[in-house]
Design a binder for this molecule. Sequence first.
Ligand SMILES: Cc1cc2nc3c(=O)[nH]c(=O)nc-3n(C[C@H](O)[C@H](O)[C@H](O)COP(=O)(O)O)c2cc1C
Length: 205
Amino acid sequence: MNHTLLVTSSPRRADSLSTRFAAEIAEGIQARNGGPLTVRDLAANPPPHITPAYIEGRITSPEDRTPEQAAAVKVAQEFVDELKAADVIVLGSGMINFGLPSQLKAWFDHVTWPGVTFSYGGAGPQGLLTGKKVYLVTAAGGVFSEGAWAPFDFQNNYLLHLLGFIGLTDVEVIRVEGTVLGPDVANAAIANTETAIKALLAKAA
Ligand SMILES: Cc1cc2nc3c(=O)[nH]c(=O)nc-3n(C[C@H](O)[C@H](O)[C@H](O)COP(=O)(O)O)c2cc1C
């Protein structure tokens, strides 16, 4: 089955370019491949920060969890179930203070789960969410793909590392850069992204 999961996280609501373009990709893939489209809007419904109940609950067998632990683990289980069900994942992130929105960080804190989405073996850590395609749409006010600010891109590098750590290694990145560098730069970034998405949807499997 072709199951698409759209995860968006920018707190800028309708102004968000990562949300807009991630939705465009997810809807385009779903329209072409068929199957369900699950939408997880982390800005509208932010995951909680992880708590002692969550950390203790996930190493406690289900029948021994306190109600608080069970409720905390249920949040993570729901996110992980969505990831496991998906064949294609489209993830949107807009840069906040050189990194990712804290809503998205909290989601990763739930889905990066030892024994469930990654394991430690003789060969070191191994991601368990394999065989899925990811489209990662990142927006940023400045330009970080090259130039003087490139060393401060703690968004793309971190996201790619986290995704890879849980087994999501087949990632195509769509960057929307320079969104606060004036209308000319922003409009050019938007036009370039539209072109890139058209090409991506024409070839996407
Ligand atoms: C609270 C806040 C912090 C931001 N921090 C940065 C930053 O550190 N570097 C940067 O280049 N842009 C920064 N920006 C600009 C956003 O990255 C830019 O608006 C981007 O388009 C956001 O993604 P979105 O369009 O998906 O919401 C910040 C914006 C906000 C609202």
